[in-house]
Design a binder for this molecule. Structure first.
Ligand code: AMP
Length: 213
């Protein structure tokens, strides 16, 4: 019997950059995820379905087995806590850096500083490891506004070109982590569907290798 595979993905950069890798594994969605309103997409492989989720929900679906595998940014995994998941492959896509940013010299201050971010767990861990006392403020977007509006001294955010920071008078101050998208696998599925998931992982690894070459 063919083993089914449910793959969790999020729209945007991860989806765009995952589709060529999935094509290498013989998997192409039958409806285009950007134009279709369907959240479950059939693919060219009758045994494979794609589920399209919010990026932050991908680890949750995979952890609970609602999807067998998924593609999630390392930022999302670090924030979620990756203990309930396997992370067998760095896909090398959706690359960027997690940075502390602020007005020039803003990180030199003594005493308690305020840090606004979507990534409160990552920020708390980063500053705690350095023995620095911070107050974290959870935001859901437009982090770059926080220092200008007087909400925080620093932000922790993803930086690619740095254009968004520059446009708001901010600069990257400290490097927190290198970020890229990872293949994640449900722990039970890894046992129950081992051959299917191993073959899938190897196909993706081949595609990643070709991309890098
Ligand atoms: P940039 O202006 O090129 O430095 O891009 C920064 C903006 O894009 C920030 O708002 C980030 O949250 C977002 N961003 C950059 N790279 C990524 C990525 N790999 N995944 C998700 N968001 C990203």
């Amino acid at each position: 019997m063919t083993e089914t595979l449910t793959i969790a993905l999020s729209k945007g950069r991860i989806l765009e950059e995952s589709l060529p890798l999935l094509a290498h594994a013989g998997i192409a969605p039958l409806d285009h995820p950007d134009t279709s309103r369907k959240l479950v997409l059939d693919t060219s492989d009758a045994a494979v379905k794609l589920v399209i989720l919010r990026a932050t929900d991908v680890p949750t679906y995979v952890e609970y087995g609602a999807a067998d595998v998924g593609v999630a940014g390392k930022d999302v995994l670090l924030e979620h806590g990756g203990e309930g998941l396997y992370e067998p492959l760095d896909l090398g896509i959706a690359r960027c850096r997690m940075m502390v940013a602020g007005f020039p010299g803003a990180n030199a201050g003594r005493g308690k500083v305020r840090v606004a971010t979507k990534f409160v767990n990552i920020a708390r861990r980063y500053f705690a490891e350095q023995g620095r006392q911070v107050e974290t403020i959870k935001l859901y977007g437009s982090m770059e506004l926080a220092p200008m509006a007087g909400l925080s001294d620093l932000i922790v955010d993803l930086v690619d070109t740095g254009n968004t920071l520059r446009a708001n008078g901010l600069e990257p101050l400290e490097h927190v982590a290198e970020i890229s998208a990872r293949l994640i696998v449900n722990k039970a599925a890894m046992k129950m569907k081992h051959r299917r998931i191993k073959a899938f992982t190897q196909c993706l690894a081949g595609a990643v290798g070709k991309r890098a070459a």
